[in-house]
Design a protein around this ligand. Structure first.
Ligand code: ZN
Ligand code: ZN
Length: 147
């Protein structure tokens, strides 16, 4: 077992998700993107700020408008599946991000994803088109990261 970077006498299995150094429960900070050492928790806070209720409501509104509303447009067009899915997902994530005041990460990602899924089910968008839209939205909102 590794020893905590801050307390040499404490054994721990936890590591900072950012830098990977061993940390113990005493100083670890739970952020929306995992446990972090105090140093990186500060950095993560700036990046993934807490989404306020009003911002969340606006994000949901934008998601319904562009995600669900857009689904009907996508279903009506009915061709160009992958490309249309790309645009639909991209517009939805962008609308949700802006409406929330520029947030990215899990919370707004969930809003965008739910809008796309609900829209796709109601409007009857093709499976592949929906999946593409979903992946694009989650990547743009930094929920999925390719490194
Ligand atoms: Zn760290
Ligand atoms: Zn410690």
């Amino acid at each position: 077992m590794a020893r905590c970077s801050y307390h040499a006498n404490v054994e721990t299995e936890l590591t900072c998700t950012e830098c990977g150094k061993p940390i113990c429960p005493k100083e670890m900070v739970l952020t929306p993107v995992g446990y972090k050492c105090p140093e990186h928790a500060r950095a993560a806070k700036g990046q993934y700020q807490f989404v306020k209720p009003r911002q969340l409501a606006q994000a949901v509104g934008a998601g319904l408008l562009v995600g669900v509303g857009g689904a009907f447009v996508v279903a009506a067009i009915g061709f160009g599946g992958l490309f249309i899915g790309l645009i639909w997902g991209s517009l939805t994530s962008e609308a949700v991000r802006r409406a929330s005041g520029g947030h990215r990460g899990g919370t707004v990602g969930t809003v965008a994803a739910l809008s796309l899924v609900i829209g796709s089910l109601i409007a009857g968008v093709g499976f592949l088109t929906s999946v593409i839209a979903l992946v694009v939205a989650l990547v743009q909102l930094a929920v999925i990261e390719f490194r």
